[in-house]
Design a protein around this ligand. Structure first.
Ligand code: HEC
Ligand code: HEC
Length: 217
């Protein structure tokens, strides 16, 4: 019982920060994309790796179906190199794939994938499910690790606009991203939010939480 108050407070603070960010994003509202136009590109280009509806067949290619449109748009912009500079999110495949599209087309693509229904994965590792659940829901106060749920929501659905849906995502992809945040290979998270989290985690903890999150709905 001793731990429940501080972790509860942390959850509350994070949730408040998230709603604050949401409000200011809404203030500078931007035009919504056109899902039908997005589908035209998605079904001819993105389909090769992300499937026709964003439910990618292979775990190296993340699921895009049902993801928040603002998060999708941010990632596409981060993958695109601006004025000869290094892109904010480095991945040879996506840096190349997104180069041809302008912001309007990225908005259309985001609207399309966000409107699709994600087909979730399942947790597979019985031995680590308890650890994964504990880390997800409560974090680990002894090393200052916040609960994932504080930012990604109790069921992994994320909190628009900043915090992505992670429930149902491929565990292999999530594990790779968390390790990449930890070693600084991925550094496009606002205020180093994910880098601070991943730095405090061991390989075994990352694997356990990724497996647990895959089965969240
Ligand atoms: C040749 C395979 C391939 C194609 C085609 C492709 N992608 Fe990707 N995509 C990837 C891979 C691999 C990643 C994961 C990159 C990483 O590990 O950082 C990714 C990641 C993404 C992400 C980030 C998702 C997240 O959860 O952070 C978005 C958004 C995305 N792709 C959009 C698109 C769009 C839109 C198209 C079509 C214009 C497209 N992709 C075409 C392979 C592909
Ligand atoms: C303080 C808030 C916060 C906490 C706590 C947090 N995250 Fe995140 N997470 C974020 C943000 C923000 C992003 C998106 C970064 C970006 O814009 O690229 C993210 C992205 C991710 C991604 C990449 C998603 C994708 O589609 O590429 C994964 C995986 C992830 N988080 C897992 C976790 C796990 C597991 C935990 C708990 C151990 C956790 N996060 C705790 C804020 C947080």
């Amino acid at each position: 019982m001793k731990r429940s108050l501080p972790s509860c407070l942390l959850t509350l603070l994070c949730a408040m920060a998230a709603f604050g960010a949401h409000a200011s994003d809404a203030a500078k509202a931007t035009p919504k994309g056109d899902a039908a136009r997005g589908q035209a590109v998605a079904s001819t280009v993105c389909v090769a790796c992300h499937g026709p509806d964003g439910n990618s067949p292979l775990a190296v290619n993340p699921k895009l179906a049902g993801q928040h449109p603002d998060y999708l748009l941010k990632q596409m912009k981060n993958f695109k190199a601006a004025d000869g500079k290094q892109p904010e999110r480095v991945n040879a495949i996506m840096n190349g794939m997104i180069a041809a599209y302008d912001e309007g087309q990225m908005r259309d693509l985001s609207a399309y994938f966000a409107s699709q229904v994600q087909k979730g994965e399942t947790a597979k590792n019985r031995e680590t499910i308890e650890l994964g659940q504990k880390l997800y829901r409560a974090g680990d106060m002894s090393k200052g690790l916040p609960a994932c749920a504080a930012c990604h929501g109790p069921a992994g659905a994320g909190i628009p606009a900043q915090y992505p849906r992670i429930g149902g995502q491929f565990p292999e992809y999530m594990e790779a991203q968390m390790k990449s945040f930890r070693d600084g290979g991925r550094a496009n998270d606002p205020n180093k939010m994910m880098r601070m989290v991943a730095l405090k985690m061991t390989d075994a903890e990352i694997k356990a939480v990724a497996d647990y999150v895959a089965g969240l709905r």
